[in-house]
Design a protein around this ligand. Structure first.
Ligand SMILES: C[S@@+](CC[C@H](N)C(=O)[O-])C[C@H]1O[C@@H](n2cnc3c(N)ncnc32)[C@H](O)[C@@H]1O
Length: 382
């Protein structure tokens, strides 16, 4: 169980540099990074810790086998030779997820079915029993990554995506994914030492992620079902120890004030409920108001995730809102670090402030930018 194994940690497109930063801060050497993940070496106990503590990852995948296969029949026969009886409980539940680029495969569900058949047939010959199977990711999940003739099979140590923290019971409209909110805060170098204001907070994701970061609360503590506890021989004592260690990291002091506001009362209602579920409601001061009326305590960071045309709203109204955002940042936020998360040149141009830094993000498959503004008195128009 304590053997170091090749492990892939996956993430949403555009988050890999933040994931790498997190892994390095936790002491891992990152052997390579691509658009959707980072390769490390980790023990099974490390995987437990990563599930609990990573803020920008989707899944922790432990490499199980590499096989050569030209088509689905070869996938089946090669996969059936693998020692599934050592890792899969025949009384449990298994699901297969795949990512395939092979010219013989036209139905994306077919490789999942053939790999699942190989696993079940192997277990029947070893024990006379086969696990239940289906699409739920709450049991054991096997991941297949197959390109041309090369297939790599992973044991998924996470199960449901880590971005699904479990606190967002009320999404409101166009919410930001939790992992993106965490990466945005990393890009802002947010650590809770300065006040944070989040107008247009929607369901509260940025404010809630900020409170979790500021308290050094491992986001994975918010849920209990992880793939690492589903495999045969899962070490329950190691899991309890990792949870206890993560709890010890929680900061005793409260962070500088976090204020979140939205013009829609239902958004604030959703935010409050989500913050209660996340256990951080006492750290966030919520208000129903226009963004320009949001109260602040001291000077710090302000971040706005407004609506953008592709998903919501009419363009002319949006342009007017972004002009007002620019005026508000310029006249009311001198001395603050200002950030706007948005998409589309017309909206960015409407802000009419000099951008100090543009960081690309992909949110819900839309190309977005986090724009940073240095707001000194008399910030110049472009
Ligand atoms: C894209 S959503 C924010 C999503 C949020 N980051 C989340 O994760 O749920 C934009 C929000 O801006 C709010 N909004 C729009 N116009 C506003 C205004 N003038 N003042 C304050 N909030 C406004 C909307 O009600 C909506 O909740």
């Amino acid at each position: 169980m304590c053997k170091l194994r090749k492990t892939r940690v996956t993430c949403a497109p555009s988050l890999a540099p933040y994931l790498k930063q997190e892994l390095e801060a936790l002491g891992f050497e990152c052997f390579s990074m691509d658009k959707t993940g980072v390769e490390i070496e980790a023990t099974t106990t490390d995987c437990m810790m990563l599930n609990l503590r990573l803020r920008t990852a989707f899944h922790v995948l432990q490499r199980f086998a590499d096989i050569n296969c030209r088509n689905a029949d070869e996938l089946y026969s090669e996969a059936k030779r693998l020692p599934w009886d050592r890792v899969i409980d025949p009384n449990g539940f298994v699901s297969v997820q795949s990512n395939v680029r092979n010219e013989t495969i036209t139905n994306s569900m077919f490789p999942n079915m053939r790999l699942k058949d190989a696993i079940c047939d192997k277990l029947i010959s070893a024990s006379g029993k086969r696990p239940d199977s289906g699409s739920s990711t709450d049991g054991m999940v096997v991941n297949l990554h197959w390109v041309d003739n090369k297939a790599r099979i992973y044991l998924n140590m996470t199960g449901r995506k880590l971005s699904d923290r479990g606190y967002r019971k009320m999404p409101f409209m166009a919410p930001m994914r939790e992992t993106i909110a965490a990466a945005v805060l990393m890009e802002m170098r947010y650590d809770g030492s300065k006040p944070l204001v989040v107008p247009m907070c929607g369901s509260g994701t940025i404010a809630i992620e900020a409170a979790l970061i500021a308290k050094q609360r491992a986001p994975g503590l918010l849920r209990s079902n992880y793939g690492c506890n589903q495999w045969l021989g899962a070490d329950k004592d190691a899991w309890s120890q990792q949870r206890a260690d993560a709890k010890k990291l929680i900061a005793k002091e409260d962070p500088a004030p976090i204020v979140a506001s939205d013009i829609e009362p239902e958004a604030i209602d959703a935010s409050k409920k989500n913050a209660v579920t996340a256990g951080v409601d006492h750290l966030i001061d919520f208000h129903v108001c226009d963004f320009s009326e949001t109260p602040a305590h001291g000077i710090g960071d302000i971040v706005l995730h407004g609506e953008y045309g592709v998903r919501l709203g009419e363009d002319d109204d949006l342009i007017a809102t972004y002009k007002r955002i620019g005026d508000f940042l310029k006249t009311d936020c001198a001395g603050w670090d200002g950030y706007v998360f948005t998409s589309g040149k017309p909206l960015i141009a409407a802000i009419r402030l000099k951008v100090a830094k543009r960081t690309p993000f992909i949110n819900a498959e839309i190309d977005c930018r986090l724009l940073r503004y240095e707001l000194y008195k008399g910030s110049k128009d472009k």
